[in-house]
Ligand binder design. Structure first.
Ligand code: FAD
Length: 388
């Protein structure tokens, strides 16, 4: 058991941290205020080759693992970019994993290089207004029409759809047979987000204003058969394959944000003098901060345990889910504690904590809720009856 990162992994952390230093807190506060997508940041990350960190080398990626991708995403978030920065590149890092694993050679050649070079942006369209976490009940349909499909339906919360030219989308091509699981019959497509057939309506939301989330109204969108990934009806299995790495990345991003909040809180606790001494000299201020450090460190161990298991090709469902849960809760507690440490100034935008606290809700809610993670652990790890 070796808990240290390799020199190569440390070099990744340092290089990403250095790159992110070009985008200071003022930049992120401005994006959070004007809501403009952080194109300059996305471009800088793409130009330095980081978008392909975990993508195969033959398509322009670096061929590294989810451990390196997690280190990179944590460093982005920890720089103060938080989820505004991390979510702007998140989909490019591992979103096309289903294409890497289940796509054919022609599709990989066509889709991966432009995404890795940052020329194309993609969004991931699964969630729907009427089915929520019950993916088996998705209502978006893909009707076969000769050598193409025609998609119809609604999606909700789809991040980056305002700036994306591509979307990875799950839609039902047929009903499940009586002996099949309810998720059978869902198919996965990677296709053009053609705005003539898809209305993209932005949701006014609590935080991460720079990275949009949207309602999609899909009306008779034609999708060529060549844009279907793998076999018809197997899309949910392909998505499942990418769920663990996605949870690991979100968890790493949450740790980064929690650390950014903690750093600011400690600095403020050392500087701010009330009753003739720094507020950080009071145990009522110190202890919650010390607890946040421990919770973040413990969650981080789970994140990198899950990443190491994934990179070795071993089962990592329990660890990935636990990492996402623990990291999101630790991140939220760190941001909340940072706010309380700052007193009134925590509520002022110029101290950045209120932005962090708003963003800290994202890893708690998405891509899966804490309740559903607890259900998963109870059932799959503890052997309790399925509750939903
Ligand atoms: C900022 C943001 C960005 C997002 N980006 C994307 C994206 O890019 N692409 C995408 O596809 N989706 C995206 N999502 C959607 C996100 O993944 C969903 O919001 C999430 O999966 C929860 O689904 P829901 O909102 O429909 O909750 P619901 O399914 O309506 O659930 C509501 C609440 O009820 C609880 N609940 C439901 N059933 C049970 C049960 N049986 N037992 C216990 N509790 C239960 C849930 O845990 C949850 O707390 C995003 C969401 C947010 C907030």
């Amino acid at each position: 058991m070796d808990f240290s990162f390799t020199p190569e992994q440390q070099a990744i952390q340092n290089a990403v941290t250095q790159l992110c230093a070009r985008f200071d807190s003022k930049y992120w506060l401005e994006r959070d205020t004007d809501g403009a997508f952080p194109h300059a940041f996305h471009e800088a990350i793409a130009k330095s080759g980081w978008l392909g960190v975990a993508m195969p080398t033959q398509y322009g990626g670096a061929g590294l693992g989810i451990t390196e991708a997690a280190l990179m995403m944590q460093a982005i978030s920890e720089s103060g970019a938080g989820f505004s920065g991390a979510s702007s590149v998140h989909m490019n890092i591992f979103g096309l994993n289903p294409v890497v694993v289940f796509g054919n050679e022609e599709q990989k050649q066509r889709w991966l290089p432009p995404l890795i070079r940052g020329e194309e942006k993609a969004c991931f369209a699964v969630t729907e207004p009427n089915s929520g976490l019950n993916t088996a009940k998705l209502g978006t349909t893909a009707r076969r029409d000769g050598d193409r499909y025609v998609l119809r339906g609604q999606k909700i919360w789809i991040s980056t759809a305002q700036v994306a030219s591509k979307m990875l989308i799950l839609a039902r091509t047929r009903s499940p047979a009586p002996d099949e699981r309810p998720t059978a019959g869902l198919s996965l497509f990677y296709t053009d987000l053609d705005r003539r057939f898809v209305e993209v309506r932005e949701i006014d939301k609590m935080g991460r204003k720079a990275v949009d989330s949207n309602l999609l109204f899909i009306e008779e969108l034609p999708v060529p058969e060549q844009d279907r990934i793998g076999a018809d009806g197997k899309g949910f299995d392909y998505i499942l394959h990418g769920l663990n790495p996605e949870r690991i990345l979100i968890a790493a991003e949450a740790i980064g944000l929690g650390r950014a909040a903690l750093k600011r809180a400690v600095a403020y606790a050392n500087e701010r003098v009330v009753f003739d001494r720094p507020i950080g000299q009071n145990q009522a201020i110190q202890h919650p901060l010390a607890r946040c450090w421990m919770e973040l460190a413990a969650a981080e161990l789970m994140v990198f345990k899950a990443a190491a298991l994934y990179d070795r090709g071993e089962p990592c469902g329990a660890e990935s889910n636990a990492a996402k849960y623990l990291a999101a809760e630790a991140c939220f507690r760190a941001c909340e504690t940072a706010m309380l440490t700052h007193g009134g100034m925590g509520y002022a935008k110029e101290y950045h904590i209120e932005r962090y606290l708003r963003e800290a809700m994202i890893p708690r809610l998405a891509p899966v809720s804490p309740q559903l993670i607890l259900c998963f652990i109870a059932e799959k790890v503890l052997g309790l009856p399925k509750s939903y």
